[in-house]
Unconditional design. Structure first.
Length: 318
């Protein structure tokens, strides 16, 4: 599909227009873009139905122009599914549409959330983790000389894109944490142990993900120790919509140090394919054989394939 180029105008970025543009939240902006491209609504309709404004359509037009969307883009995605368009915009040839793709992804996420909330309690309870055994994975490490600075330069994103991605990842993360929490509670409920013991253990399962700094999201119990002396475990949940078992994820220094301190009691819980009705789940214990006499990086490299993503500059030599 040949899409018309986005058309940016300097007038769209005057202080007055930027102030008006920033007065609307990301959800409103995304709805305006979606309804113009997919439904072909007029500027006046967009303004009245989405922005709750009555300014002859100028506010809606300002939002569209900010993203380079003009009259030739109106209704270009008629009769096309949102999912298909997002997939189309992921191609390298349409990099200029990256911001538009991110806005449409936020619409898709909102639709998924709304559909989820509309489900009955029974349908919600049917969504459960399909527990699998972790399998070793490996990646091909790229030579540092192959670093493509041009690729990084072309991968620029706006503050709005960052916020949209942050909100999306936050929703995905919370959904995964909720499922892992429910999984452990359910396992204790059906365990062959005394009722009083079940009540005690369930009451002590905690979701601490709202408080930053712990280095883990959930405090639970090793299910193999329930009938004896239950052992607390600490789970850092990493969730993705990807179906790939070896989809990369981020591990902070704080999480890694916490894992070294807790050793075998520290787990990384991996939730895969979160948007399906039966996400896959497995746990790894990368620090069960950690050696406190070795540095953090060495310990990590013994069990994980890692790659640096940020650097702290403590000084310079020039």
């Amino acid at each position: 599909m040949n899409l018309p180029s986005l058309e940016f105008n300097k007038k769209s970025f005057t202080p007055q227009r930027l102030k008006e543009f920033n007065s609307f939240n990301e959800k409103e902006k995304a709805e305006v873009v979606y309804s113009y491209l997919f439904k072909g609504l007029s500027h006046r309709k967009l303004e009245e139905e989405i922005l709750d404004k009555h300014n002859h359509g100028y506010a809606a037009m300002n939002i569209l122009h900010h993203y380079g969307i003009i009259s030739k883009h109106k209704y270009i995605f008629r009769e096309k599914s949102l999912q298909a368009v997002i997939k189309l915009l992921e191609t390298d040839k349409l990099k200029e549409y990256t911001t538009i793709k991110n806005l449409l992804e936020s619409i898709q996420n909102n639709q998924l959330n709304n559909n989820y909330l509309k489900n009955t309690a029974r349908e919600e309870s049917d969504k459960s983790l399909y527990v699998i055994s972790p399998q070793p994975t490996s990646v091909v490490k790229e030579d540092s000389e192959n670093y493509d600075s041009e690729e990084y330069i072309n991968n620029l994103i706006t503050e709005e894109d960052l916020e949209l991605r942050h909100q999306y990842r936050k929703r995905i993360g919370k959904a995964g944490e909720k499922l892992v929490l429910e999984y452990y509670i359910e396992k204790i409920k059906v365990a062959d142990i005394e009722s009083s013991k079940k009540d005690f253990l369930i009451s002590n399962i905690l979701d601490v993900s709202q408080i930053h700094g712990y280095g883990y999201d959930i405090v639970a119990y090793d299910l193999d120790t329930l009938s004896r002396s239950p052992q607390e475990i600490y789970i850092e949940v990493k969730t993705t919509k990807s179906k790939e078992l070896n989809e990369p994820f981020y591990l902070s220094k704080n999480e890694a140090l916490c894992g070294m301190r807790l050793g075998s009691r520290y787990r990384i819980g991996r939730v895969i394919d979160i948007n399906s009705s039966r996400p896959k789940y497995f746990e790894i214990s990368p620090f069960k054989n950690s050696n406190t006499e070795l540095d953090l990086i060495t310990n990590l490299e013994m069990t994980l394939e890692i790659e640096a993503s940020d650097f702290i500059v403590r000084g310079w030599k020039i």
